[in-house]
Design a protein around this ligand. Structure first.
Ligand code: ADP
Ligand code: ADP
Length: 226
C-alpha cells in the first residue's frame, strides 16, 4: 500500500496545449480516487503518468514516498487494469493470472497458492483451465483483476475497466470492485466517465477539465452541490 503524490504535473504532447496542466493532488494510502471529466480532459494521460507509460513533462510524481519520474513501469510496483483487459489469448486463465508472478520468478507453490486465492475471491475457480476467448466479458474482466491482485502492488490503477460491459454486468462488477478494494484496502485510482461509478465507488472524486483540476471532493459533497 502506498500514497500517490502529484506535484505540479504537466504533460505536453509536442507543441500543443498541455494535456495535463499543473495538477497537484495527494491520494492517501488506501484511498479510492476517481478521475472524471469529458473526453480529452487528460484522465488517461494522468493515469499513464502514474504507471510510467507516459513521460512527465514537468513536476514530480511521488509514490510510496519516492520520486518515480524516471522509474520504468516495472519498477513502480503498480497494477493496472485496462479497458480492453489485455489478456493473453493463447494462455489459460490460470496462466493469465499467474503472469506477473512468473515474470517475478516466484516459486511454483507460491504461484499456485496466490492464483487459487485470487480465483476464489473472483469466483473463477471453475474456469482456470479455459482460454480468454471462451469467457464472458465479465469473466474476462475478473481475470484482468486477478492478474492485478496476485501481485502485492502498492496501488491499483483502472482505466475505464467496465465500459465494454453491458449495463447489468457493469453494476455487478462495480459492486465487486468496491468489495475487492475494501477487502484489500489498496490505494486505487480509477478513471471513468460513468457518473454512477464515480458516485458509488470513490472516497473522493477528482473532476478534470482541459487538463486542469476543477474540483476534488467526496461523492456526497459533489452530489449536494446546487
Ligand atoms: P481522456 O482520457 O480524458 O479522454 P486523454 O488523456 O486521452 O484524455 O487526452 C488528453 C489530451 O491529450 C487530448 O487532447 C488528447 O487528444 C491528447 N493526447 C492524448 N494522447 C496523446 C498522444 N499520444 N499524442 C498526442 N496527443 C495526445
Ligand atoms: P481514451 O479512450 O482513454 O480517452 P483515446 O481513445 O482518446 O483514449 O485514445 C487512445 C489512444 O490514442 C491513447 O493511447 C492515446 O494516447 C492516443 N491518442 C489520443 N489522442 C491522441 C492524439 N491527439 N494524437 C495521438 N495519439 C492520441
Amino acid at each position: 500500500m502506498a500514497s500517490i503524490e502529484m506535484k505540479n504535473i504537466v504533460k505536453k504532447y509536442g507543441d500543443g496545449f498541455p494535456a495535463v496542466n499543473d495538477v497537484s493532488m495527494d491520494i492517501a494510502d488506501g484511498e479510492f480516487m476517481i478521475l472524471v471529466g469529458p473526453s480529452g480532459c487528460g484522465k488517461s494521460t494522468l493515469l499513464r503518468m502514474i504507471v510510467g507509460l507516459e513521460d512527465i513533462t514537468s513536476g514530480d510524481m511521488v509514490i510510496a514516498g519516492s520520486r518515480v519520474n524516471d522509474k520504468a513501469p516495472r519498477d513502480r510496483n503498480l497494477s493496472m487494469v485496462f479497458q480492453n483487459y489485455a489478456l493473453y489469448p493463447h494462455l489459460s486463465v490460470f496462466e493469465n493470472i499467474a503472469f506477473p508472478l512468473r515474470l517475478a520468478k516466484a516459486p511454483e507453490d507460491e504461484i499456485t497458492q496466490k492464483v487459487d486465492t485470487a480465483a476464489k475471491v473472483l469466483e473463477l475457480q471453475e474456469h482456470l483451465q479455459r482460454k480468454p476467448a471462451n469467457l464472458s466479458g465479465g469473466q474476462r474482466q475478473r481475470v484482468a483483476m486477478g492478474r492485478a491482485i496476485v501481485r502485492d502492488a502498492d496501488a491499483f490503477l483502472f482505466d475505464e475497466p467496465l465500459s465494454n460491459l453491458d449495463a447489468k454486468l457493469r453494476g455487478q462488477m462495480r459492486t465487486e470492485i468496491a468489495r475487492l478494494q475494501r477487502r484489500l484496502g489498496i490505494t486505487t485510482v480509477y478513471v471513468t466517465h460513468d457518473q454512477t461509478e464515480a458516485m458509488t465507488l470513490g472516497d473522493r472524486v477528482c473532476v478534470l477539465r482541459k487538463g486542469v483540476i476543477q474540483q476534488v471532493a467526496s461523492p456526497r459533497e459533489l452530489y449536494e452541490q446546487p
